[in-house]
Design a protein around this ligand. Sequence first.
Ligand code: ADE
Ligand code: ZN
Length: 328
Amino acid sequence: MTGIPKVELHLHLEGAAPPAFIRGLAQEKGVNLDGVFNEDGTYRFEDFVGFLRTYEAATAVLTGPEEFRRLTEAVLEQSAAEGVIYTEAFISPNFCGGGDLGAWKEYVAAMKEAADAAERDSGIIMRGVVTCIRHEGPDAAKPDALCAAETMGDFVTGWGMGGDESVGTQGDYAYSFDMAREAGLRLTTHAGEWGGAASVWQAVRDLRVERIGHGVQCIEDPALVGHLAEHGIVLEVCPGSNVALGVFPEWSKHPIETLRGKGVRVTVSTDDPPFFHTTLRREYDMLADTFGWDEEVVRAVNIDAAKAAFCDDATREKLLKKLEPQDA
Ligand code: ADE
Ligand code: ZN
């Protein structure tokens, strides 16, 4: 099972930063990171809002394109070692030049340089999904969407939104989603992680996304579950993240298997792996232990992820070929 190649659709680039990488950078720059780490060196936070605070404090040591090149290199090395063959990373102009287009282009070039090198070295393919940050508000999302539209190409392929889902509504961000759609970007948004089924309905109706980040609270509303299944809307499910943050109290209470049984297209990702003490391999191990996922299920879920990836058809064919059983 662990030998099956994996396709990851929901990974925050900064959220994947190994703690030692952030500590090393902070030391190089003389930045004080008091409160960011536990004594054992792991990231410290109590709840979701605390998680976002720690995330942003750690990210503050990443101050230029070269740091993002090094971060991308470290993250892809880690993912490739976990058997990931394709990863879509959320990248944000907020952390890369503060929404300034000229600066953003330099950051994108640096991240792409690392991605191209990783693909040459280990075969892992990365695409960038540019995200606005919900708690920064709809006006801050507009320059982010412009940055995304202006750099759309073979590396930047998608647009989305992360951050605190309790702020405003999905529809408040429709302007930037429309802009991204018109530019030709593929769309996803965090919905139904903390917000309920209503947030997922808004994402589908007001933002017209084809994938949903998390989406798991749809389980509250059978009509919504039916709608997602019928329309093939893909959920980027991150069970370990949900359990670590307390969205669900334990793995056995997670709805991923129920949703799969109802025909919803679920995929599996890690979200912010070192924060949640997870890896993509561990997610699948836990799914096998908790719900009995076998090789057939794992392969089918990864094939579905490849089909839903925000990449061109030639890349998709390459992924699907790697997902064929080796003895076929
Ligand atoms: N940013 C990083 N991780 C996130 C999560 N799980 N939800 C919302 N925004 C995020
Ligand atoms: Zn996320």
